[in-house]
Design a binder for this molecule. Structure first.
Ligand code: 4AD
Ligand code: MG
Length: 432
């Protein structure tokens, strides 16, 4: 029995005989030699089979291995300068575990997006999708590392909730015994309760929005990380967002460079992501848009076009703060120096990838918060517990939410968020 080695580790076994376990990804033959491309999830390696090493019958069989045949291969690891891995495998023998019962539907030729999305469960096996999913996992790991190593406590917020956080128009309603409940839009309100108990927390989980937006940036189910910190103001909140993004980008560049190269991401664009990020007031953003010929005025929200136009002016994420409170959520604190605006920030990714972070300092005054709930026509009963946070030792506090999928789209340079999550949920798509 030889040791089972994963493809990404083969370069540490040059000259040794090992066992690979994987699937056939491609094949070509020169007559005397068959070149099998084998994948195992950690990489793709070329396996060279010769008649001399294998014998007549297995050599003939190797030529007939179909795409996605599962098999184990014994062979010797040889250095190979032309391979991105620096190695290839010289095959001594192989054992097929399962041959496909049908022809594999995804071939190297171009398929349409609809076809690939219908076969998402298989599309995940392709080289590019594997690279994206590994980068996604690294981004999530980097986020957790960031908070875990800085004294934040992970706080799991519920998914079933009795009330809206980000506005009632985008709630998914579910039956809850004899009553109704909603899938959470954001764990923030629970994060605030957590921050009053633990000081610094982060909520990290799936969130749901029933927005009827069929854009390249909207999912109905997406993952969000939401730090919440007691005794933090808006400036501190912006520092935290900036520091998090710089660290996440650095960790992805360090640990997932090979995957970024597979998907042909322009690394120089990511290497720009250094402090300080530009911080501009909403009104400066309006002026910038007007200079660029956009028709907009104080009170307008920014859509994808405006965000793209703003991002074109900068080589790194840009922070836009102090939006009009009329277009923002009920819990945001007004700016005492200009009560028309809220102490909030949106972080817009470079290169037109849109808003990746929304955050704010929270209203900490009981009476003002009660008035905001009324203005937003939110049911007071559902928020009594939340108001308690202001009744018992209220403190200034702030936090934000970072959307994982939009961050993956930006770091991977993906046009549409549908490729950033294994099984995307969108208005028009809930299968497979
Ligand atoms: O700006 P949003 O709505 O902010 C909140 O939910 C706050 N409660 C967060 C907080 O302060 N704790 O959403 C935050 C981020 C957006 O910037 C975006 O990256 C992502 O969540 N996001 C979506 N991602 C994909 N599909 C959607 N439909 C999204 N809606 C928001
Ligand atoms: Mg937002």
């Amino acid at each position: 029995m030889l040791a089972h080695v994963y493809i990404e580790d083969l370069h540490r076994h040059v000259g040794e005989e090992v066992t690979l376990k994987g699937w056939i990804y491609g094949k070509r033959s020169s007559g005397k030699l068959h070149f099998l491309q084998v994948r195992d999830g950690t990489g793709i390696v070329q396996c060279v089979a010769s008649k001399a090493d294998l014998g007549d019958e297995p050599f003939a069989r190797a030529d007939k291995l179909a795409h996605e045949t599962s098999l184990t291969i014994d062979g010797t690891v040889r250095e190979d300068k032309r391979s991105p891995l620096g190695v290839e495998l010289h095959v001594k023998g192989f054992t097929v575990f399962a041959e496909p019962t049908r022809e594999y539907p995804i071939s190297p030729k171009d398929h349409g997006t609809a076809f690939l999305m219908d076969n998402r469960h298989l599309w995940l096996r392709s080289k590019r999708q594997v690279a994206i999913l590994r980068i996604r996992a690294e981004i999530i790991k980097a986020i957790r590392n960031y908070f875990d190593s800085r004294g934040f406590t992970l706080l799991d917020a519920p998914i079933f909730t009795p009330a809206a956080c980000e506005g009632t128009s985008s709630l998914f309603e579910v039956n809850y015994f004899d009553d109704k409940a909603y899938l959470t839009q954001s764990g923030q309100l629970y994060g605030e309760a957590g921050a009053m108990a633990l000081g610094k927390v982060y909520v990290f989980g799936p969130t749901f929005r029933a927005e009827k937006s069929k854009t390249r940036r909207h999912l109905t189910e997406f993952w969000m990380v939401e730090p919440e910190v007691a005794w933090l103001d808006l400036d501190g909140d912006m520092d935290l967002a900036e520091d998090l993004l710089v660290e996440v980008v650095a960790q992805v560049l360090k640990n997932r460079r090979a995957e970024l190269q597979i998907i042909e991401r322009d690394l120089t664009k990511l290497e720009n992501v250094k402090k300080p990020f530009p911080r501009i007031r909403y009104e400066e953003a309006i002026a910038l848009l007007q200079r660029k010929g956009k028709d907009c005025k104080f009170g307008d929200d920014f859509g994808a076009d405006e965000e793209t136009a703003i991002s074109e002016e900068f080589d790194r994420p840009v922070m836009i703060h102090r939006y009009p409170s009329s277009i923002k959520s009920f819990y945001m604190k007004r700016d005492p120096e200009d009560p028309r605006t809220a102490l909030c920030v949106d972080v817009i990714a470079p290169e037109g990838y849109g808003e990746i972070i929304g955050g704010s300092q929270r209203e900490d005054d009981l009476a003002l918060l009660e008035a905001r709930l009324d203005e937003h026509k939110l049911p007071r009963e559902s928020f009594e517990w939340y108001l308690d946070l202001r009744r018992y030792g209220s403190v200034p506090h702030a936090g934000f939410g970072l959307g994982v999928e939009r961050t993956v789209a930006w770091l991977c340079g993906l046009h549409h968020v549908r490729e950033t999550i294994p099984f995307p949920r969108m208005m028009e798509k809930i299968t497979p």
